[in-house]
Ligand binder design. Structure first.
Ligand SMILES: [Fe+2]
Ligand SMILES: [Fe+2]
Length: 161
């Protein structure tokens, strides 16, 4: 009977789950910032720099962690369908890294509130869509594991005890 390498994956998945929780707090703060930018309310340059800087660091670290062989690699090898999905996720990571670069350029260049809000909002929406795909890749992996082991899987995105 085929057996999928769950313990290593779940060690990584737990760390990634924690990173998701942290990131989602930052994303909520950034959506709020976006709303303020779009409504014409004053946003302090220091706040904008700090929050965009934190988001950039968190997102880049998160992507690097996900791209490790014990996470994306493990998922990608589990089935052809998961492999195709992981390839898409890799491309999206690269795209969002470019989006972060563009956002940094706009912040440094003192772009208008409208330009900043548009760029930021697009990046946040892209990240949310990406997270949903990632969750599907993990669900696919778990389905494969369930078929192989005939035992119920541990959900990867639930809080660790
Ligand atoms: Fe990702
Ligand atoms: Fe993620």
């Amino acid at each position: 009977m085929m057996s999928l390498p769950m313990p290593t994956l779940f060690g990584r998945a737990t760390a990634i789950f924690d990173a998701h929780k942290t990131l989602h707090k930052t994303v909520a703060q950034l959506y709020d910032l976006c709303a303020r930018l779009m409504s014409g309310r004053q946003v302090a340059a220091a706040e904008l720099h700090a929050l965009v800087g934190v988001f950039s660091v968190q997102l880049r670290e998160h992507f690097s962690s996900e791209e490790e062989d014990d996470y994306f690699g493990t998922l990608a090898r589990s089935s052809a369908e998961a492999g195709e999905l992981v390839a898409v996720l890799h491309v999206e990571h690269a795209d969002m890294r470019d989006g972060l670069d563009e956002l940094a350029r706009l912040v440094e260049g003192r772009a208008s509130s409208g330009e900043l809000a548009e760029c930021l909002n697009a990046l946040l929406d892209q990240f949310n869509d990406h997270e949903k795909k990632e969750s599907r890749a993990m669900q696919q992996y778990l389905r494969e594991g369930k078929e192989c082991r005939q035992s119920p899987p541990v959900p990867p995105y639930s809080s660790p005890p």
